[in-house]
Write a protein of this length. Sequence first.
Lengths: 360, 392
Amino acid sequence: MAFCLDQVLELEPYSLKREEKRRLFTQALSELTRTHAEGCGEYGRILEVLGHDCEKDFAPEDQPMLPVRLFKRYELCSVPREEVAKVMTSSGTSGQRVSKVFLDKQNVRAQTRVLTEIIGSFIGKKRLPLLILDTALVKKDRSMFSARGAGIVGFTMFGRDILYALKEDMTLDIQAVRAFLEKHKGEKILLFGYTYMIWQYVAQALEQAGVHLAIEDGILFHIGGWKKLRDQAVSPQAFNESIREVLGSVRVHNYYGMAEQLGSVFVECEHGHMHCSIYSDVLIRRPEDFSLAKPGEKGLIELMSLLPVSYPGHVLLTEDEGEILGEDDCPCGRLGKYFKIHGRMAGAELRGCSDTYEQR
Amino acid sequence: MNSVEYLIGGQKVESAPLPVYSEEAIFFLSDLSHVLLHDPVCRAYPDVTSFAFWCRKGNLRKLAASCVDRARRLGRGLAFHVAPSNVPVNFAFSFAFSLLAGNGNIVRAPSKPFPQVERVCNAIKEILPNHPEVEKRTAFVRYPVNQEITKAFCDEADARLIWGGDETVQAVRSCPVKPKCVDIVFADRYSLCVLDGNSILRADGKALQKLAEGFYNDTYLMDQNACSSPQLVLWINGGPKARERFWNAIQAYAEPRYDLQGMAAMDKYAQMCGDAVEHPEVEKVVRQGGNLLYRVELACLPEAAGASLRGRGGYFYEVDLTAPEEMCPVVNEKYQTLTYFGLEPEDLRKMVIGSRLRGIDRIVPVGKAMDIGVVWDGYDIIGMLSRIVQAE
């Protein structure tokens, strides 16, 4: 029987036990591998060199992995170009090459639906008053319309009466925010933003100004790397406490996702554990031989998603390190693996005669 | 100039030349050899040890004897050296060559804080007072990349030795020098290895082990990232049995010794995927020892091999040839070292000269790829760093 995403969508996002999920992923990923090997020449060629037999079904851990950086180097697309509805680019820092992800209509729709399922399981089905902790410029300025802008625009579907809390100069529009909170007093408030932006332009700015906003019932989702915060020695706990200090009673959920796998995001539960939904899974691999690391052992993060149908992004080897914390037994009750992210793996320092300029 | 750190010596460096292979230089270097070889800490660094070994009086006397016209040669004056930032002891060789050629030297040491650099500098500092002629001709400096400082040093130079690959060569070359200044530049190069499968099958266990050790030292020891580290392995009589025997020996030798960094493993895997996409010649990839050893098997030799087939940290391309001559069409001026096993070096030299190849400057047995000497990269370094005083 062919795998059908619509059937998965009828399930609750954290409802599959290990064995059921493994069956689903074995079948679905094998089918996706076949689809992409046929549709994407570059991907097919990689499988050929790897000696991968597409005829057979493989368990998730035996699926061929695509290094995520390949999306920066090649235009990997599995559908005819005329069917591409949207090309997503990653928010590479200046000077870096950006990823290009080719989405057809079906892929766009699947991303939206799955994100709705996942976020909805945290906030409920109703749209909530939404405070975006960023500037409205990100959606206006096309050059900023990379993953950051798209992430924000994508999140607006969960909100109503949306307010962008930062002015164009990245200062907090306190008056507007106060008015917004006054208007929605007694309601549950949804907040969204990028981790570092929130830290710098909201948490730190309010703390320095000595302002305390007494949100009574808030729920914040934030996304983006921890690198800059780690450099400043800010732990997730300190981040969360600082948010509550300046904003009030707010539940904080970090979430993790790749521009190459939008939709099937990983959300941190109330116990601080990053969770896989039934649309995605994670494996941790030892760099020396890519064998599977044990729970609690740090390694490279491999991400699997059922969503990518128009580009070969269903099994990705990232450059981030993490560890599995457990499976099916988080005290929050969500089934599936839960894990922790340690951040980007350190770059290789090689010897050699030719000077490497970025290192000096 | 404020950010220049003088590790040894000061701003005033004598530029009056010495004869080539002067007694002063030989005594100083053999003294240095003695100090380094008797320092237990230095002995822990094989690169320092091999430098110290090279500086032994016996070796220097031998080199001097082989320089037949040394009686009429004199140094050029003052040499400025830009050492590569990520090879620890190259700066010491560069200095020694130029000193033997009869020059005063300003040496820019690697900017990375290698313990080897500190050790060698300390040893030099310790013995310099006993060698006043060398002392007044010696300064070692360290400074972050800075074109203004480099310009100031270039102003005075009668010779420049520029290591560090294409970008550094370009950057330093753009600094003006005196019209007669001589440059010896070490650009990015490409190296390869040719193996005879029959000889590998015939080799006994000991010989095979020695071959593996040699190949390891040529490649893994420098993360396969030195100019003279082979990237490409050419097989003559390379049946599957010979290949397995060879690569299994390499894997067995490297496994307990090589520390593969996580990102380097990632890089190798990603490169394999990129190679699959970009090179139709790639037939298959064999991975051994997890990510320790990647063998990319090519159906034929691509013309742009030297520009595009570049592995690091134990990532090799291999191809079957019926005769070494088949490599000739792809060899260009980027090719530096050809290591060999089971073939005659003289035959290979005849091939390079007979086929008028623009590249391949060194033909050495497997295991000698890193052995730097006064002839390197196709240059007679002592010859180029000295002048001939002609009298008729």
